[in-house]
Design a protein around this ligand. Structure first.
Ligand code: FAD
Ligand code: DLZ
Ligand code: SF4
Length: 512
């Protein structure tokens, strides 16, 4: 193999020709390495569809780079073998091409970045990490923003990102006069609305090969690989974006928190897998959304709500992650240690909301935010599940899951295991919330209006039990005051009955 000045390693979630690593390179002198390896594919038992999506996208990206004139060495999973690792693949290629150095854009996850500290020594060459410019706020800039603040709050960070990007700004004022239009975004969805659904793409020959590989080599992983419908090219991801902007975005805000039994996607974009792996640039996505608003195609509550998710929440959770790792991962504010109920892996439960969310997760490697937060997420702290156990589940089961974004959403937002670094209160709720925002309860074997007795909705029973169990840690939180006031109006005999029922439920939690 001809020598190379440098090896540019491109990771599976860096599939963009404008990565800093590629911009710093020279196609006539450097070689690009992309590798499917056991170590990355098995550090958690990723959903089969997630692996197929990423391997197919990586293979198509190699072709895209070749068409741009790059020399690309692509190692398939069968070539890298059962002990394959990224560093072993870099080392193999370095022996063949004798590069002066290895260059890559910084990995998105702490695990891999930490591992890379030993790489220079192993490889006998400098390993240069470049900043990831896909994010609007660098890790250092977030650190500067956070320093000296008593509490971090997404809303203030988001305003800075609006000013920095100019998105939905009118001079130095927010477009329409308000920074946040969330008040307009809490509607329950009628089931006769027409939902466009995401783009569905037939797998081509490259993707078919990958699907076969995944069926063959990952039979023990969670989830269904087929039907496979994700786009796996930049062109396909752009088509998905265009369709979202024209067909779903106008209603995105209004029904953002709604859930329906027969409808998995509602008006959500289903763009996170593409954004997180590099097929779509987050700022480009936001600019398309803003343009649709400026052309009068989309109301402000939809455009603002969507842009906030990306330049607000997405950037904010990444900042919190890097500011607090590695300790963040072991947070357990409530001291929860129950194993994850087995129905998280099967979807077999009488609780209709959980059955629906987990079944669609198994089939599509996707659930929307409110399903993740208020159904599968909500149940875990109510039942006292170990935050690390539920974190591993979330990291494995979604096509968009990488630790930098999943961990703060799970441990911080959903489980409150960080004690309030990311969010100001735990997102826990009784069945009443799920009933208000969905049609799940009408098809459920439990009764959402009861909190005691055999038929009582487990979310109700466990919600009051959770509040009682953690009163010492939560009662002084002003945002929990209303919940405790409501609880204190319940007769004490009722609380005792609820708590006794909670103990019964938790003793058979796998069978609920
Ligand atoms: P839309 O509802 O259409 O939102 C648009 C975009 O905004 C998303 O594509 C995403 O890029 C961004 N976004 C929205 N909310 C968030 C958020 N809270 N944090 C970061 N970005 C956000 N998101 C992931 O990308 N990967 C994960 O592994 C992940 N794990 C989560 C775990 C839990 C427990 C919770 C509560 C949320 C998690 N999220 C995660 C955030 C959010 O649920 C998903 O980004 C969203 O559901 C993706 O679907 P969508 O593209 O249809 O989103
Ligand atoms: C998620 C994933 C999977 C399943 N497989 C690979 C792989 O074989 N090769 C690779 O380069 N990347 C993969 N990835 C994405 C990486 O896990 C991701 O780039 C790192 O976690 C970022 O730190
Ligand atoms: Fe879920 Fe309770 Fe409603 Fe059943 S009754 S769907 S368990 S919230």
């Amino acid at each position: 193999m001809p020598t190379a000045r440098q090896i540019i390693l491109v990771l599976g979630d860096q599939l963009s020709p404008s990565m800093t690593s590629l911009r710093a390179g020279d196609p006539s002198k450097d070689v690009v390495l992309i590798a499917e390896v056991q170590e990355e594919a098995r550090y958690v038992r990723h959903h089969k569809k997630k692996i197929a999506f990423l391997f197919a996208a990586m293979r198509h990206f190699a072709e895209e780079l070749r068409a741009l004139g790059w020399r690309v060495v692509y190692r398939t999973f069968n070539e890298t073998g059962s002990s394959g690792s990224l560093v072993a693949e870099v080392s193999r290629l370095a022996h063949e091409t004798h590069p002066e150095r290895i260059v890559l854009t910084e990995p998105s996850e702490w695990r891999l970045r930490n591992d890379m500290q030993t790489w220079s020594e192993i490889l006998g060459r400098p390993v240069i990490l470049l900043q990831d410019h896909r994010f609007i706020c660098s890790i250092d800039a977030f650190g500067r923003w956070a320093r000296g603040r008593k509490r971090l709050r997404m809303e203030y960070f988001y305003r800075e990102m609006r000013r920095k990007t100019g998105l939905l700004m009118s001079g130095d004022k927010p477009e329409g006069g308000k920074w946040n239009y969330d008040r307009d975004n809490r509607k329950r969805a009628p089931s006769d609305l027409l939902f466009p659904g995401p783009c569905r793409v037939e797998p081509d020959a490259v993707t078919r090969d990958v699907i076969e590989l995944v069926e063959d080599r990952f039979p023990d992983h969670f989830g269904d690989v087929e039907p496979f419908w994700f786009s796996v090219t930049r062109e396909g991801a752009e088509a998905a974006l265009a369709r979202f902007v024209s067909d779903a975005l106008p209603q995105f805000g209004t029904y953002q928190d709604a859930m329906l039994r027969g409808e998995r996607f509602l008006f959500h974009s289903v763009l996170s897998p593409y954004i997180n792996c590099g097929l779509l640039d987050p700022l480009h996505v936001c600019r398309q959304v803003e343009a649709a608003y400026r052309r009068g195609r989309v109301p402000i509550n939809a455009a603002e709500g969507f842009i906030r998710q990306i330049i607000g929440w997405r950037e904010y959770v990444r900042g919190v992650y890097w500011l607090n790792m590695p300790d963040y991962r072991s947070g357990n504010h409530f001291g929860h240690n129950r194993a994850l109920p087995s129905f998280y892996w099967t979807g077999v439960t009488k609780m209709e909301c959980l059955r629906a969310a987990i079944t669609q997760t198994k089939e599509d490697a996707y659930a929307h935010h409110i399903q993740r937060l208020m159904v599968t997420g909500n149940f875990a702290p109510l039942a006292g599940v170990s935050p690390q156990a539920i974190h591993e589940w979330y990291l494995a089961v979604y096509a968009d899951a990488y630790e930098w974004v999943e961990l703060p959403n799970t441990l911080g937002m959903s489980q409150f295991s960080d004690g309030g670094i990311l969010a100001s209160k735990p997102y826990v709720a009784s069945g009443a919330y799920i009933n208000r925002m969905s049609d799940y309860c009408s098809g459920c074997r439990y009764n959402v209006r009861s909190r005691t007795g055999d038929e009582a909705c487990p979310f109700n029973v466990l919600y009051w039990d959770f509040l009682a169990r953690h009163r010492g840690k939560l009662a002084r939180n002003p945002r929990m005051a209303q919940m405790y006031r409501t609880m204190d109006r319940l007769p004490s005999a009722e609380i005792s009955r609820i708590r006794a029922r909670a103990a019964e439920l938790l003793s058979v939690v796998d069978k609920l």
